[in-house]
Design a protein around this ligand. Structure first.
Ligand SMILES: Nc1ncnc2c1ncn2[C@@H]1O[C@H](COP(=O)(O)OP(=O)(O)OP(=O)(O)O)[C@@H](O)[C@H]1O
Length: 286
């Protein structure tokens, strides 16, 4: 199956400073991928290149289109949310829907209205009178009514409280996602989306360090609560990180490189945050 997004050798510099350094990434139908990295790693710059919003070097194919040359055609099948707080305040909800009908050929007005009918958002309300959570719901109503193959979300829930953030993602799964579509998300709140991600790509200093299915990396990496008498032995197996707190020692290992982990202590499956800290930390110390 052809990937919906294929990025190869993507490079980008600002004022002679390289920000993306030969980055490659592939997104296939059915995938919900988290693009995860520390501040300044290049996530937004990468998404902006994919969206054709920034000049770049390298090759990007989005749904068979080159974002530099065919941006208009590409946007027919692609939807993008940067920050839910960007809708103009003075607009009424009904006007926002009308606006979308005018600008997006694949926007389904009835689908959008049906989603809004399930919320407490009045059609005649001005956006400035809505709470942040309601604005997020309105944003979703606009985005999910676009019959897009790919949805790109850059920190979509910034500024929302935890309940609204959870709602945002559960509505997203319920109303947008299907196996012929793909979603690419950046967020710093990995723990909140780790259960919905099928894939994850760790980006550090303009490069992808790891891009795998979440099932695969949860098998590959293991967290061990190391028994006190095994600490030195465990350290000699080169853990990706070692955290010692109140006499307890947690270490993250690549299970393929350190096969006999149960002999060191209690083995468990790490969270994506654990794996992220281990992989990025190792790279930073290299
Ligand atoms: N318009 C710009 N001009 C100059 N430098 C820029 C510009 N935009 C981004 N940068 C730099 O590029 C690097 C990557 O920025 P980018 O916003 O892509 O990172 P990010 O991973 O999205 O970060 P964050 O998680 O903090 O949002 C940073 O060093 C940033 O300062």
């Amino acid at each position: 199956m052809n990937p919906l997004i294929q990025v190869e050798g993507l490079t980008k510099s600002y004022q002679n400073k390289a920000v993306l350094k030969g980055l490659s990434l592939s997104l296939e139908a059915g995938q919900i991928m988290g693009l995860v990295g520390p501040n300044g790693a290049g996530k937004t710059t990468c998404l902006q290149a994919i969206l054709g919003l920034r000049p770049y070097e390298g090759s990007i194919d989005v749904l068979g289109h080159n974002p530099k040359k065919n941006r208009h055609a590409m946007l027919r099948d692609l939807a993008y949310v940067s920050d839910v707080a960007v809708l103009p305040n003075w607009l009424k909800v009904s006007q926002a829907l009308k606006y979308m009908c005018g600008v997006h050929p694949n926007f389904d007005l009835e689908k959008s209205k049906a989603f809004l009918a399930k919320t407490k958002i009045p059609m005649q309300a001005k956006i400035k009178t809505l709470s942040k959570g309601m604005v997020a719901q309105l944003h979703l109503a606009l985005i999910m009514a676009i019959d897009a193959k790919v949805l790109i979300l850059d920190e979509p829930t910034l500024g929302l409280d935890i309940v609204s953030r959870r709602q945002f993602y559960s509505h997203l799964l319920e109303n947008f996602y299907s196996e012929d579509k793909a979603i690419l998300i950046t967020t710093h709140q990995i723990e909140e989306i780790e259960n919905i991600l099928t894939h994850v790509s760790f980006i550090h200093d303009g490069r992808i360090l790891l891009s795998e299915s979440t099932d695969y990396i949860r098998e590959k990496y293991k967290l061990v609560q190391v028994d006190n008498h095994s600490v030195e032995l465990a350290k000699s197996h080169h853990p990706l990180y070692c955290q010692s707190m109140m006499g307890m020692h947690s270490m993250l290992f690549d299970a393929n490189l350190s096969p006999n982990l149960p002999s060191l202590g209690k083995v468990s499956t790490p969270t994506l945050v654990d794996i992220f800290v281990g992989v990025i930390g190792q790279e930073s110390n290299a």
